[in-house]
Design a protein around this ligand. Structure first.
Ligand SMILES: [Zn+2]
Length: 417
């Protein structure tokens, strides 16, 4: 995703740079190393291209990465969030509650991780591994060892990993909070009995949202099928009015801290004063979360709220960089999965074209590649439906100039199984 494009364009022109096709999770070193190599070349040497006769030199700098928590831990070669030091942003020592690692508020503020501290821990973990007689891997404060990303120039492996509010706040914390209040029958905050549920459903279904919201609300009893965008509207707009009067005021006030913080962090522009407020609200919310619902519910998604403000301070409002656009792209991949004989070829071609860039190319060769790629993109979009029909691939190739196929054919031997 190119950050210098306006928001509506950057979401429209996301680029696929790699696809891991296997039943197992990817080996992140193998998966990331080609990207790191190419990205370093592009940030150091840049590339020349031609825009209507004018020669332009551009450089690409990889500065942020937005993925869910399991992927972030794997990319950084760190312990998952259920480890003793499972937070990739701070050195919080998790606490075992009911045999599971949790994140209750503690008196000592945990030390924040930095690019330098994590890289030092990566090197130390590797040293410990090499000096171990049994070649046993031992973590250093949650860091297992080196990551391919430590060699990515201009990239900060702590602050560059943006907190993804889709997974952390919506399908993470908002869903957790809703499930807690709708499922714990014996608790005073319980609102899941038939009478209250019916009333909440009535309130929800009577809401007629403006077109900018998109979907009309579905009943709270259908929440297992809610998409992230529905969790967003529930949190920001529906939760407080739907729950009001059905639970004690202190629970509504507590929830409003989170709602207010998210409203600020999702604003079009955020002043330092707003950012300060958006820092205090989550601290109070997280502190009271343990008091109101119990430390048993102090999951990583609750703790991660404490790191949102830093992410927004560094990179802008939450809407600017999230996994929403990538989740939408995933739908395309899933749709094409129905015809998998075609899918692998298409994505390998697209990936190969991008990876094929070489700074030794002449201007003419680069222009040829750009022209091919534009043709490829145009063909890709207009013939996407034909691809899903029998013999679609043949039709697709015919619509393109054949150099793309040449690139594909030449490199077939090098494509990993
Ligand atoms: Zn943390």
């Amino acid at each position: 995703m190119l950050h210098e494009l306006p928001d509506y364009l950057r979401k429209k022109h996301t680029m696929l740079i790699g696809l891991w096709v296997a039943k197992q999770e990817p080996d992140m070193t193998i998966f990331l190393q080609p990207f790191v190599n190419q990205a370093n070349k592009l940030s150091e040497y840049g590339f020349k291209w031609n825009n209507k006769g004018k020669e332009i030199m551009s450089k690409l700098f990889p500065i942020t990465c937005c993925v869910d928590s399991p992927a972030r831990c794997a990319m950084l070669n760190m312990k998952r969030f259920n480890g003793i030091h499972g937070c990739t942003y701070c050195e919080y020592p998790t606490v075992k509650i009911d045999n599971v690692r949790k994140y209750p508020m503690i008196e000592n503020i945990p030390k924040l991780r930095t690019d330098e501290s994590v890289k030092r821990q990566m090197a130390f973990a590797y040293y410990k591994y090499c000096s171990s007689t049994q070649s046993k891997q031992v973590d250093v404060l949650g860091v297992w060892g080196p990551s391919a990303l430590m060699n990515l120039k201009h990239f900060n492996i702590v602050s560059g990993m943006i907190v993804d509010f889709l997974h952390a706040c919506l399908v993470g914390l908002t869903e957790l909070h809703t499930n807690i209040i709708f499922s714990n029958v014996a608790e005073e905050y319980y609102v899941g009995d038939p009478t209250k549920t019916h009333l909440i459903n009535q309130r929800l279904l009577s809401i007629k949202p403006p077109t900018c919201v998109g979907k009309t609300p579905r009943g709270i009893t259908e929440r297992n099928n809610w998409k992230a965008s529905e969790w967003l509207t529930w949190l920001l707009y529906y939760s407080i009015p739907c729950l009001s009067g059905l639970t004690k005021k202190k629970y509504i006030i507590h929830l409003s801290l989170f709602v207010r913080a998210m409203n600020i962090l999702l604003s079009d522009s955020i002043t330092p004063k707003m950012l300060h407020t958006a820092n205090e609200l989550p601290i109070t919310f997280v502190f009271q979360f343990g008091q109101l619902y119990g430390n048993n519910y102090m999951h990583y998604n609750v703790h991660r709220l404490l790191h949102l403000r830093e992410s927004v301070k560094n990179w802008g409002p939450l809407w600017a960089i999230s996994t929403f656009p990538f989740e939408n792209e995933n739908k395309l991949v899933l749709r094409m999965k129905k015809n998998n004989s075609v899918v692998d070829d298409i994505f390998i071609i697209k990936m190969e074209w991008i990876m094929d860039y070489n700074e030794d190319y002449s201007m003419e060769e680069i222009n040829d590649l750009i022209e091919d790629y534009e043709t490829f993109e145009a063909g890709y979009n207009s013939h996407i439906e034909n691809l899903l029909k029998p013999n679609g691939m043949e039709h697709f190739y015919q619509a393109l100039h054949l150099k793309i196929i040449d690139i594909y054919t030449e490199k077939t031997d090098n494509i990993p199984n």
